[in-house]
Design a protein around this ligand. Structure first.
Ligand code: WT7
Length: 652
């Protein structure tokens, strides 16, 4: 299981920061020295410098009951106040918080003063709907300013948001609503995507109706933003229009302080087994680390920079680097509703030129698709405003890294490859722009105040120039505080493998300098376009179809998306022949309907048998070989050694 890819790292190119950049950088190598002199004191300093505390904390870390950490436990703050009010009070109310651009080309400019007022009104509305501190609110919205407003309004009153990506299906939405017992859902009629309105409200209606009247959901109200102008059905008493309710509310709302460990949000992510896990994040530590990393990794200059993180708010990157990090730092941002190639393939570059974006933070899958479309497209725009580029979500191959730096960055622009996870809450391993000599393809070094290691399966530290499993060895401020409603699963998933260490599920390699190269997941989790999907989740969607007897899913190599979902399915004998002919298409559509379009398999192969060990475990490694078109590896532990031959023949 430990990756031992010996000749992976012959990348010799190095890019030291230019003197000019280094001279003006926020960060310096002193940060590393300060952090290693006293990790906890370092984070306490950051928390004090970067945030406003209603009640200052006197304790930094309580790790007396691992793996349940408490950071800044006796301190109190309000997360929304930190992202809004204090900037307005400091005289920055007229600063643009959001340059929003809709996919059809409509725009809105939202200043900090306007954003603050809108959040206050929305907070008052939520209170009037009976939402109190600790209640859960589900958010199912497109990338419109109201998405940011909704998250901050929930946070402002101490409620807990659970943002569900707008691409997820009604049943994925319902299971998340049920797990968190959400009282309110905030959604829109629809949002623009790929030149069309993608309806959202109908999915909410379907989610809430699921299971029939005997199975009512916990939801009392649905608050609906009018965006798509698509027709929607209306349940009076339950459904409320945002544009009717929010403007009628008082624009004054005083932010109350909450404990540093007060829950801020739940975000569901795929794991190796069955249902998605509700990753729980809390307030003070999380906000400290997202603000710190946003400022120092990207060298944020709040007065002059225009920051653009292209992630959807439905993913953790959107939480930490669209909402909380940038707004805590008083940044000006671009928020874009649509897809990169609508109405033309240069849309992103057009936006960078238009808003003079200085910092672009995106995923390798996007970079690879731009590479494929050709450099002429970005070269047709003025991208000279860019001064920092970031990458996240999956390993970035050196070729894509160099293209990003040269074609998008125009040469010596620092590229920071940032490794982190939904669970880590904030960036953990990354170069610091202006400080680190960058190395294409490597996530490089833990940020100041973070300790990681690469270990063997027995938990032994691996030497330089060798591979193993990536672990975090010390608690960190933005760490997940648990899995919603399931403390045992939290311990088992992350802390049981290596005593006292957090196991991330990634394989990694240390190079000759001791820097980290993340190689990807070592468990049954796939990474498709920088999004995590579990094999188990898709398998259970497949077997929920009446035709399917058994299913095995693997992540196959894919040039565009990093990995692609490939399924091997055994049909029931009762599946009629008419169905069998188109079974593959039916099942691909079925998975998309059950989970969402991102989970739709690239291929579904109908097979007679699956490769299993004598104890009945499916050997996905062998199926991966088939999916990638490689020669099939060692089959000696199979119960039936013939089976792979049969499968290879079927697939070919
Ligand atoms: C998994 C976490 C972090 C926000 C987006 C994804 C992979 C993430 C990198 C990187 C190599 C990366 C890992 C990780 N990953 N960033 N810079 N280099 N791999 O969040 O959905 O929680 O997925 O994404 O495999 O475990 P996520």
């Amino acid at each position: 299981m430990v990756p031992e890819i010996q000749n992976l790292l012959h990348e010799a190119r190095r890019f030291p920061p230019t003197q000019e950049f280094a001279a003006q950088a926020n960060a310096s190598s002193e940060l590393y020295e300060q952090a290693s002199a006293g990790r906890e004191e370092f984070w306490a300093d950051q928390a004090r410098q970067l945030l406003h505390w209603h009640t200052p904390f006197t304790t930094t870390l309580d790790w007396s009951n691992p793996p349940f950490a408490k950071w800044f436990d006796d301190g109190q703050l309000n997360v929304a106040y930190n992202c809004l009010d204090r900037h307005v009070l400091a005289g920055l109310g007229d600063r643009v918080a959001l340059h929003w651009e809709g996919e059809p080309g409509d725009t809105r400019t939202v200043t900090y003063a306007e954003l603050t007022a809108e959040v206050k009104r929305t907070a008052n509305l939520l209170v009037s709907l009976g939402i109190t501190a600790g209640d859960r609110v589900a958010i199912y919205l497109p990338m419109i300013p109201e998405a940011v407003v909704a998250m901050l309004a929930v946070a402002r009153i101490g409620a807990v948001h659970s943002v569900v990506f707008g691409g997820f299906s009604a049943s994925s939405l319902r299971s998340r609503i049920d797990d968190a017992n959400a009282k309110v859902v905030i959604t829109a009629d629809g949002g623009w995507r790929k030149g069309k309105v993608m309806p959202l409200k109908p999915a909410v209606d379907a989610a809430l109706a699921q299971g029939g009247p005997e199975n009512p959901s916990s939801v009392e109200h649905v608050l609906v933003v009018k965006r798509g102008d698509n027709e929607v059905e209306w349940t009076s008493g339950r459904d409320l229009w945002w544009h009717e309710e929010v403007p009628a509310m008082d624009a004054e709302h005083e932010a109350q302080p909450f404990a540093a460990e007060h829950p801020l949000f739940i975000l569901y992510t795929s794991g190796t087994t069955g249902s998605p896990k509700g990753i729980l994040h809390t307030s003070g530590g999380y906000l400290t680390q997202v603000a710190f990393t946003h400022r120092n990794v990207f060298d944020l200059k709040a007065e002059t920079d225009v920051f653009w993180c292209t992630a959807d708010i439905g993913w953790v990157t959107g939480h930490s680097y669209v909402v909380y990090g940038p707004l805590a730092n008083g940044a000006t941002q671009v928020l874009y509703e649509g897809t990169p190639d609508v109405p033309h393939p240069g849309r992103w570059w057009e936006l960078i030129e238009k808003y003079k974006v200085t910092t672009l933070y995106t995923a390798p899958t996007a970079i690879r698709s731009f590479m494929k479309a050709g450099r002429e497209i970005p070269l047709g725009f003025d991208l000279t405003s860019l001064r920092v580029l970031g990458s996240v979500g999956e390993p970035i191959n050196p070729e894509a890294w160099i293209w990003y730096q040269e074609i998008i960055g125009g040469g010596l622009t620092p590229v920071v490859d940032t490794w982190w996870q939904t669970e880590t809450g904030a960036i953990m391993i990354s170069a610091l722009a202006g400080v680190t000599t960058t190395k294409p393809g490597s996530a490089q070094v833990p940020i100041p105040g973070i300790s990681v290691d690469v270990v063997s399966e027995a938990g032994q530290s691996r030497p330089k120039n060798s591979g193993g499993l990536l672990v975090v060895t010390e608690p960190w401020p933005a760490m997940l505080r648990g899995i919603w409603g399931d403390p045992e699963r939290f311990k088992k998933t992350y802390w049981d493998q290596f005593e006292g260490k957090y196991f991330a599920g990634d394989g990694a390699r240390l190079d000759r300098d001791g820097e980290v190269w993340v190689l990807g997941r070592v468990d049954d989790v796939m990474n498709v376009s920088g999004h995590r999907l579990s094999t188990a989740e898709i398998e259970s969607a497949l077997v929920s179809h009446h035709m399917v007897a058994e299913a095995a899913v693997v992540g196959a190599e894919d040039e565009a998306t990093g990995q692609a979902v490939v399924a091997f399915v055994i049909l029931k004998r009762s599946a009629d022949t008419h169905d069998v002919a188109s079974a593959s298409d039916i099942l691909r559509a079925h998975v998309a309907a059950e989970i969402g379009a991102i989970a739709r398999p690239r291929s579904v192969f109908i097979v007679q048998e699956l490769p299993k060990t004598r104890s009945g475990k499916i050997m996905r490694r062998l199926l991966r070989d088939v999916a990638d078109g490689r020669e099939v590896g060692d089959t000696s532990t199979l119960a039936d050694t013939q089976v792979m031959q049969t499968i290879s023949d079927t697939v070919r």
